[in-house]
Design a protein around this ligand. Structure first.
Ligand SMILES: NC(=O)c1ccc[n+]([C@@H]2O[C@H](COP(=O)([O-])OP(=O)(O)OC[C@H]3O[C@@H](n4cnc5c(N)ncnc54)[C@H](O)[C@@H]3O)[C@@H](O)[C@H]2O)c1
Length: 322
């Protein structure tokens, strides 16, 4: 069986999950990993019997490397993506594709020109629950759509974990903006956003936002995005989706599904691994079978445009047209 030789750049929280998932995919072979932190890179490489690098440019010279997952922080995506593409490798870049439209477009155009596959890691599309919502709507299971509401919240300590290097809208909101557009199957036409900084954080960034999004087909969306949950919160997140049609409604609640464990050392909730397995599998399959990736660079670009419009709306206190 042909296996795809793949590498991962950035071995933090999500890079580690990608390594674990890729090691479980039959058609993939994790051959090399790179992180500027030598101890992280060598420890990860040892665990997966891969080769360790601290400089991703060196990693790109690795024999037979065919594709790369880019999982460095949000604001650093462009440089490794362009290097991966220049080396002729296919790329799965974590969300958001980039934090500016210019960087997003450069990544997309460079990948197009080099004829390598570019996929954006919008993991929600690979959660069975969100895929079910998409399918229900596609099969007209709710009648004509009227509205869609999404909530995504994390612990109030999240900005500290990521050193305030990105805001809540790029870290969390971009997921739901993409999922809403995907499920509603229509382009956004305007966004109005209000924000609050009421929960103390040492970083001067919004920690709770409410966005009203109008879609081309008339559907109204509302996204409630924030990181304000107390540290004692048992699951550390609250993810919801409500879709309303003229013949039915759909309510998705990620907190009250799956397996929650509240043990003596705190709680955990097993939800992350499987969607990422499906996401990485779909990328590997698209490269090996030369089929279209399920999440395109343009999907990444539109979601970034939506986040930037929401941030502009917070500043201007007015509706921003897309
Ligand atoms: N799909 C999801 O559900 C999901 C979840 C979490 C994070 N993310 C995204 O994944 C990306 C990484 O987030 P994270 O939370 O894992 O961050 P993190 O801070 O935990 O890890 C980032 C890693 O990148 C490394 N790094 C930084 N610059 C590098 C470089 N030039 N070369 C090699 N390594 C470098 C850091 O040393 C660190 O180990 C972000 O874009 C984030 O938005 C996606």
């Amino acid at each position: 069986m042909k296996q795809l030789n793949i590498g991962v750049i950035g071995l933090g929280e999500i890079g580690q999950v990608h390594c674990e998932m890729l090691s479980r995919i039959e058609r993939a072979r994790l051959v090399c990993v790179a992180d500027i932190d030598e101890s992280v890179s060598s420890k990860t490489a040892k665990k997966y019997k891969a080769t360790s690098y601290t400089n991703y440019e060196d990693m790109l010279l690795h024999n037979d490397l065919e594709a790369v997952v880019v999982a460095v922080p949000d604001h650093l995506h462009k440089a490794p993506c362009l290097s991966v593409i220049a080396a002729g490798k296919h790329v799965l870049v974590e969300k958001p594709i980039a934090m500016t439209l210019e960087e997003s477009e450069t990544i997309i155009q460079t990948a197009d020109k080099a004829q390598v596959k570019l996929m954006v890691g919008f993991t929600l599309r690979f959660f069975p629950q969100y895929a079910h919502a998409k399918q229900t709507v596609s099969e007209n299971g709710l009648g004509d759509l009227v509205s869609i509401f999404a909530r995504r919240t994390n612990l109030m300590t999240q900005p500290d974990r990521i050193n305030g290097r990105t805001g809540v809208m790029f870290f969390l909101g971009v997921h739901d903006f993409d999922a809403m557009r995907w499920i509603v199957n229509s382009e956004p036409v305007s966004i109005y956003c209000e924000s609050s900084t009421s929960v103390a954080s040492k970083y001067p960034i919004e920690n709770e936002t409410f966005s009203i999004i109008k879609f081309e087909n008339g559907v109204i969306g509302c996204a409630h995005i924030g990181w304000y949950l107390p540290e004692t919160h048992p699951t550390g997140f609250d993810f919801k989706l409500d879709v309303t049609g003229n013949k039915g409604i759909l309510n998705l609640d990620m907190v009250h599904q799956g397996v929650a464990v509240y043990g003596p050392n705190g709680g955990h909730y097993a939800y992350m691994a499987e969607p990422l397995l499906a996401e990485d599998q779909s990328f590997v399959d698209a490269v090996l079978d030369n089929t279209d990736v399920p999440v395109t660079g343009n999907d990444g670009l539109v979601a970034t445009r939506m986040v930037l419009a929401a941030l502009e709306s917070i500043e201007s206190k007015s509706t921003v047209r897309l």
